[in-house]
Each structure stands twice: as C-alpha cells, then as structure tokens.
Design a binder for this molecule. Structure first.
Ligand code: TRP
Length: 452
C-alpha cells in the first residue's frame, strides 16, 4: 500500500475529535451509568478512572503508535511488523464487523426515541411495555436501523477528511455542551443531591472483585480498544502530531462524557424514585425504560427528553461512523478496492448481521446461543471474548514482537513521553495478566459459573 496516497486527518484537533467521536458512544451514556449503579457507585467510578489512566492509556498509545508507524489498518499492520502476529490483526479486524451491525440497531432505537420526543410523544414512552413492544416489533426497528445505517454510510463514503473528520468536528462540541447542560439540570432537581453523593463518594463496602472486572471491560469497550479502530486512526495521523498529548485528550474526553452521563442519569433516577437505589438496577433498560419515566415526571420532560436523546444519537452516530471507517479501511488495505466498493461491501455485511440482530428481539427470539438472543450473543463474543484476546495479544506483540523500544521511538518521534515508565511496566507485565483475568471472569459469568 502506498502510504503517501493514504488520506489523513488535517489537524491534531481533527484527529482528537474523530478518535473521541469513536470512543464516546452508547458505551459512555447507556452502559457506563448502569454499570456504575450496579457495581457500587463512587467506588466503580474511582476504579474506572484509575484503570483508564493506566491500562487504557497504555493500550491506546500502543495502538495509535502501531497504526502511525505502519500507515496501515490492523489487518495488515501486525503482519508487516511481525509475521507471527498477523492473526491478531485479523482477530481485531473482525471485532468491528461484529459490533457495527448490532450497534447500529441500538442507534436506531435511540433515533426512534429522539423522534418520539421531538414530535411530542414523550408520554407514550412512559407506558408499561412500550420499549419491549417497540424492539420486538418487526418493521419499526428495522426502519430506524436502516436510517442510521444509511446516514453512516453517506458520511463514510465522503472519506476521512470530508466525512469522518468534518462530522466529528461538527457533532462533538455539541455533544459536550448538551451533556453539561443536561447534567446541570439533572443535579439541580429536588432530591437529586443524594444521588450525586451515591455516585461520587467511594464507599469501600460496595467494592468487590466484580467492580474491577466490570470497570475493565467497560473501559476497553468505551475507549474502542483492541478492535483495530485506534490502529486505523493512528494510520491517518500525521508524523509530526503529538501522539502522547492526543492520547491524554482522548482519555479526558471519553471519561469526562461517561462521568457526565452518570451525573445526568443517576441523580435524576434517584430523585424520581425518592432515593431508592434499586430503581437504578434496571440494567440495559435504564436508559430506555426508567429514564422516560423520569422525564415524564418533569414539567419540561418532553424537551429534556428530546435533547437527551439527541445527545445520545450524536454519540452513537459518531461511533458507527468510526466503526464503519475501520472496516472500510481494512477492505481498502486488504483487497485494494475503491472506497465506494468497500463501503458497499460493508453495507451488505451490516444488513446481513443487523437484520437478524434486530429480529432477534422479537420474531426470532427463539434463536439463542448459550441462552442469549442474537444481539446479546454478538455483544458477548466480540466484547467479552475476542476483544480481551486481541488486547492480550497486542501486549505480547509489543513486548515480544515489534519490541517496546520501537513503539517508544514512534511515540517520542513527535512527543515528550511523560508516562513512559508507566507504559513500559504496564505493557510488559501488568496489562497482560489483568486482561486474562477479565477474559476468564467475563466468560465464566456469562456461562453463569460463579466462582467468587
Ligand atoms: N467506544 C464506543 C462506545 O463507548 C463503542 C465501541 C466499541 C466502538 N468499540 C468500538 C465504537 C469501535 C467505535 C469503534 O460506545
């Protein structure tokens, strides 16, 4: 591949916003708050921040450096640097192909909710069973899925600079403003303060080993690590861009938005339920079932709901764009096709996997794997199995394959690397051990084998 022909982000800001657009997604707004609520509030928050600043930082730096060093996406980058590790590239390239279809289905649900609130139908969403009957119906979720898929397709067709970068530059500032505004609104509701304290104050008695496991899995997912994305984006980064600085900014962005999302959701639900922490235990339904009830109880709930779901939609769409871009870039590197051809191929893959994952909520619900419906199974395989394996192999690849010094050299080419020592210790020793622990425990817990 002629790397001079490869497109690139035009500026450091462009890179940071696009990578943050990828990282900040449904994971931050939908998953983070319910995990935080489930695994101990403040203590989860603390563990998460520590993990993001150590593990997250290490893997993100390594991936961006691998991408920039080779100018290639994951599928080729590993192979070019060390033949023996070519399979890691293939493994991590498969992850976004599995995630994108079902992620777009969920983005479609968000679009539907946004539309419902926008057209003044917020009260309908409060009705018992509204969410379930919507996702289990056949045509409506498919319609919203296709809409999100086509929007993503249109942006990615336009290319890295004109599509991905422009779109992120436009949407990300909005996203920040919207989340700050709604968070302020939420914590100033009567009775919300108790929820703020539940969320912010670490209570060691609520700590368990699952807090660490859940925080770790969430952190990888949220930062879009071990999925080939950051390698692809690194390959679009100019050689003189300050890599270490960018990683710091992406971390702050991603963790900051997740924190704000918790600040929006947890205090609002607390206030609504009169301080009953059990109301937070709605798991995945927290955003689609509990929150509409909270909005329904507010005087300006219709507007707040519309703004909230717009925020989530922006977060989701910037992530689907980056997922699709990563896959397109794999096709470009591997098969030497044109961008429109690659985009079309990805569209087809998305349809083939996305439609069953939408139908799996309703008419195809009888199809299950390990007791999970199609969508949960795709999520499990990609996030709980393939992603930790790819992350583990990336650590080994850096320490045994390409060599830590080669990565350090790439980083230091453009930046002063303050956290160099931390990086070396993490990638060589600590990260691989912890990642294996996460893999084992998440597989066991999915199979309902309780060890601890
Ligand atoms: N990081 C995204 C989020 O928080 C989800 C995600 C996981 C993702 N892997 C990805 C997004 C790869 C883009 C690319 O929701």
């Amino acid at each position: 591949m002629d790397s001079s022909a490869r497109s690139s982000f035009t500026s450091r800001l462009g890179f940071v916003l696009a990578a943050a657009g990828s990282a900040v997604g449904l994971g931050n707004i939908w998953r983070f708050p319910y995990l935080a609520a489930k695994y101990g509030g403040g203590i989860f928050l603390l563990v998460y921040v520590v993990l993001a600043l150590t593990f997250g930082f290490t893997l993100m730096t390594a991936e961006i450096a691998i991408g920039r060093k080779t100018g290639l996406s994951a599928v080729k980058a590993y192979e070019v640097l060390d033949r023996r590790f070519g399979f890691v590239g293939i493994l991590s390239s498969l992850v976004p192909m599995i995630i994108l279809p079902y992620y777009t289905v969920i983005s479609g649900w968000v679009a539907k909710y946004f539309f419902t609130y926008l057209t003044g139908g917020g009260q309908q969403a409060v009705a018992e069973g509204y969410f379930k009957s919507f996702i289990s119906s056949t045509w409506s979720p498919i319609f919203w899925f296709l809409l999100c898929l086509l929007a993503t397709f249109a942006v990615v067709m336009m290319g890295v600079e004109k599509g991905v970068e422009k779109c992120s530059k436009l949407l990300m500032p909005f996203l920040v403003v919207l989340s700050v505004v709604i968070a302020i609104f939420s914590i100033t509701r009567p009775g919300a303060w108790e929820g703020v304290l539940y969320y912010i104050l670490p209570d060691p008695s609520r700590f368990s080993i699952m807090t660490v496991v859940a925080a770790m899995g969430q952190m990888f997912y949220s930062m879009s690590l071990a999925m080939g994305i950051m390698i692809t984006y690194g390959s679009y980064m100019k050689k003189d861009t300050d890599l270490a600085h960018c990683v710091g900014q992406i971390e702050i962005f991603d963790t900051g938005i997740a924190f704000l999302a918790g600040l929006i959701i947890i205090p609002a639900v607390f206030a609504f339920s009169g301080g009953d922490a059990d109301a937070l235990n709605a798991g995945a339904g927290l955003m689609f079932i509990t929150l509409p009830k909270v909005f329904g109880s507010m005087s300006m709930g219709g507007i707040v709901g519309a703004v909230f779901f717009l925020l989530v939609l922006f977060a989701a769409i910037t992530s689907t764009i980056s997922l699709m871009e990563a896959i397109v870039s794999i096709f470009l590197d591997r098969f030497h096709v044109s961008r429109p051809q690659a985009c079309l191929a990805v569209l087809v893959i998305c349809l083939v996997l996305g439609l069953p994952s939408s139908l799996g909520q309703g008419s195809w619900a009888a199809i299950t794997f390990l007791g999970m419906n199609i969508q949960d199974f795709l999520d499990f395989i990609s996030n709980s199995v393939m992603m930790p394996i790819a992350a583990f192999c990336t650590c080994i690849f850096v320490s045994r394959g390409v060599g830590v010094s080669a990565i350090l050299e790439e980083v230091k080419h453009s930046s002063h690397f303050h956290r160099e020592k931390l990086f070396v210790v993490m990638i060589r020793y600590i990260a691989p051990i912890f990642i294996i622990a996460v893999l084992v425990s998440s597989v066991l817990s999915a199979l309902n084998i309780v060890v601890i």
